[in-house]
Write a protein that binds this ligand. Structure first.
Ligand code: PLP
Length: 451
């Protein structure tokens, strides 16, 4: 629940989307902000909480994006605002590396407890997901004294130089921004829907191919880290076929390689579990988190086995703002809210409703001559549909963009994703009221009819 007066949990359109005031602001944006910083839906937000975003024209939109999987606890959640406000008034910054404070330590303790595995752990805090991934690689290199990093097809890890190199998709993330950091190697992932010999063979074949490539082209003894998202986010919510992740973990363990789970998008109740790794009982050596951790304030972390985390020398990790006290206070409020409101249970319920309704849409359009739902997938409140052209599995990015646009016009914020741009992805705040969830799904169903 929100700290400020809660907004009515309703969709309300009083102008076209975007409205005149948003259009004015967008014109100012084009004159002031670098063109490389894009905007999915140029509706300028004035307030937000629960399941809605209110814009400067007085429209109230249903939010199926959570600012890309960030506001899991909802915008301006009560405990987040209370703890962050108290901290703002007390002090805003000292730099933890200069004169420390309790909030940072408390967040580290929480992460050590909540992340998979009951071994001895340590945590370091940073500002963004990409920065956490960079630091996970630094730590793995310091520990193993090796250099190579293995990543996967369809993976996304950020926009800094190293993480661009670790990201699979060229446009828009990498085009024109190279050269990229060396010693990053890409191997196949078990993408069941598109595995050529069939989903049933996917886990074993993909793992064998990935391992063979590492052995033959890199040499296991040169690999510091294998980094993977347990559900690939920007790649299109690809859930690696069951059995793939455990096989890769086992290989990493047998070869002294640090296994890093990038849970920046999947973490903090998003998939109906604290972390997506929990689903197959995966215990990563290191886990990177960000996004949902602090209810919207910028915070990120690397958490992992004490002996690995402690391999970097004192002064080797950190940064001016990493673990900012206000962001740490917000994280403590956010984690408290997740526990108190049972957001894992709420995410599971969102998943049940969405999967049921989206599978009904898949059936309804099974014989369409314009667009078909190739697959409905995901877990908890991280659900996607992959759209294809009739008669096969050819990706249909045009229909995907058209459906997203039709949803936006009706006041529903949806995002697209996928290597082929043909995935509609849904990431509602976990506090989304069920009537708005269903209204959003009605809009999606209606949008299919308009394509
Ligand atoms: C899996 C994953 N890793 C890393 C990142 C990068 O995080 P940030 O944008 O906070 O740098 C993202 C962001 O979308 C992500 O989804």
């Amino acid at each position: 629940m929100s700290a400020a007066t809660p907004l009515p949990q309703e969709r309300r359109l009083v102008t076209a989307i975007p409205g005149p005031k948003s259009q004015e602001l967008q014109a100012r944006k084009l004159g002031a902000v670098a063109a490389g910083v894009g905007t999915t839906l140029p509706v300028y937000v004035s307030r937000a909480n629960g399941g809605v975003l209110e814009d400067v024209d007085g429209n109230s939109l249903i939010d199926f994006g959570s600012g890309i999987a960030v506001t899991n606890v909802g915008n301006s959640a009560e405990a987040v605002v209370a703890k962050a406000s108290e901290q703002l008034a007390a002090f805003t910054h000292t730099c933890f590396m200069v004169t420390p404070y309790e909030g940072y330590v408390a967040v580290a303790e929480q992460l050590n407890e909540l992340t998979p595995g009951d071994h001895d752990k340590r945590t370091a805090l940073f500002n963004s997901g990409a920065e956490a991934v960079e630091n996970a690689v630094k730590i793995a290199r310091a520990y193993t004294k090796r250099t190579a990093v293995v990543v996967f097809d369809h993976g996304y890890h950020g926009r800094t130089n190293l993480t661009m190199g670790m990201t699979a998709k060229n446009m828009p993330y990498k085009q024109g921004f190279g050269p990229f950091a060396p010693e990053v190697h890409r191997v196949p992932v078990a993408y069941p829907y598109r595995w050529l010999t069939g989903a049933e063979n996917c886990a074993a074949e993909a793992a064998a191919q990935a391992i063979d490539l590492i052995n033959k082209q890199i040499g296991a003894e040169n690999v510091a880290a294998i980094v993977i998202e347990p559900i690939q986010g920007e790649g299109g919510f690809i859930e690696p076929a069951k059995g793939f992740l455990p096989a890769i973990v086992e290989y990493a363990k047998a070869n002294g390689i640090v296994f890093v789970a990038d849970e920046i998008q999947t973490g903090f109740c998003r998939t109906g579990q604290w972390f997506a790794c929990d689903d197959e009982g995966i215990v990563p050596d290191l886990i990177t988190t960000a996004k949902g951790i602090a209810g919207g304030l910028p915070l990120a972390a690397v958490t992992g086995r004490a002996e690995i985390m402690d391999a970097a020398h004192a002064g080797g990790l950190g940064g001016t703002y990493g673990g900012n006290p206000v962001a740490c206070a917000a994280a403590l409020g956010s984690i408290e809210t997740m526990k108190e409101l049972d957001l894992n249970g709420k995410a599971q319920r969102i998943g049940e409703v969405m999967l049921g309704r989206l599978r009904a849409i898949q059936e309804k359009y099974a014989d369409s001559d314009r667009v078909r739902v190739g697959e409905v997938r995901g877990r908890g409140a991280m659900i996607a549909v992959e759209l294809v052209k009739p008669g096969g599995k050819e990706p249909h990015p045009e229909a995907t963009a058209a459906i997203a646009k039709a949803c936006h016009a009706e006041g529903l914020v949806v995002l697209t994703a996928g290597t082929y741009g043909n995935v509609l992805r849904f990431l509602p705040p976990l506090v989304m009221p069920e009537h708005l969830l269903n209204e959003g799904l009605d809009i999606i169903e209606g949008a299919f009819a308009t394509v």
